[in-house]
Design a protein around this ligand. Sequence first.
Ligand SMILES: [Zn+2]
Length: 272
Amino acid sequence: MNFESLHKKIIQTKNAKLFEIGRSFFSQSIYCLFVGNPNGEKILLSAGIHAREYISSLFLLKLAYSMVEEKKLGIYFLPLLNPDGVRIALDGISWLEKKEQERLTKINKGNDFSLWKANGRGVDLNVNFDALWGQGKFNIRQPSSQNYIGPFANSEPETQSILRFLKELNLEISLSFHSKGEVIYYGFEKYGKNLKNDKKIAKALSKGNGYKIVKTKNSAGGLSDWINLKLKKSAFTIELGEESLTHPIGEKYLNGIYEKNKNCIQIISKFL
Ligand SMILES: [Zn+2]
């Protein structure tokens, strides 16, 4: 797969409403696919925030296709939150200007970008959000292929686009898909009162996909962290694919991942 074929899968999705929520550092579209009832309760599902984890984008698109007949819920799919990073992980950097190629090669310490996680600036978007920003265990403070928190909270155009979208959405539950390890993370540290209910939801999700549930720890600045902390809403991070698989997880594992997780929307909808 290359970036072009992934992009086509997003923009050619039938029977879903496609719109742009913002642009990336290199000015690529960040898309939302909406299916269901605009007046229904709102669920957000997102993927592709970590570049090399683009199997999550393929999973989410497959899930979106399966939901186009939905009548009750309002389901927002953000299949590719980090288009620059995913394009770098899939295609390398030849599509960029020479100056940018040199900068990224230096950050990456080499020419193989297949394990790149960050955005086009070298910021890890899932530690860039204003949710105890800079307090995560694995945070680092200079541009890197992973774990760099950015110069300040919400510094990245991708982060800002997602936040602008979220602040208007009035969502009830969010699932953020990553890879790998078959884990469901719930309950950010400073997120008190809904914790019991969220553990119940996590358990129900676990019954569906067989993944283990783990209370979030050592995390900060993540999308789910931000939704827990700032919106006080249920948000889960789901790590797709067995731990024994290597990054980036290949397309041949997509069907297996999909089969385990295809009921996740039905499961969370019982808690609305
Ligand atoms: Zn990830």
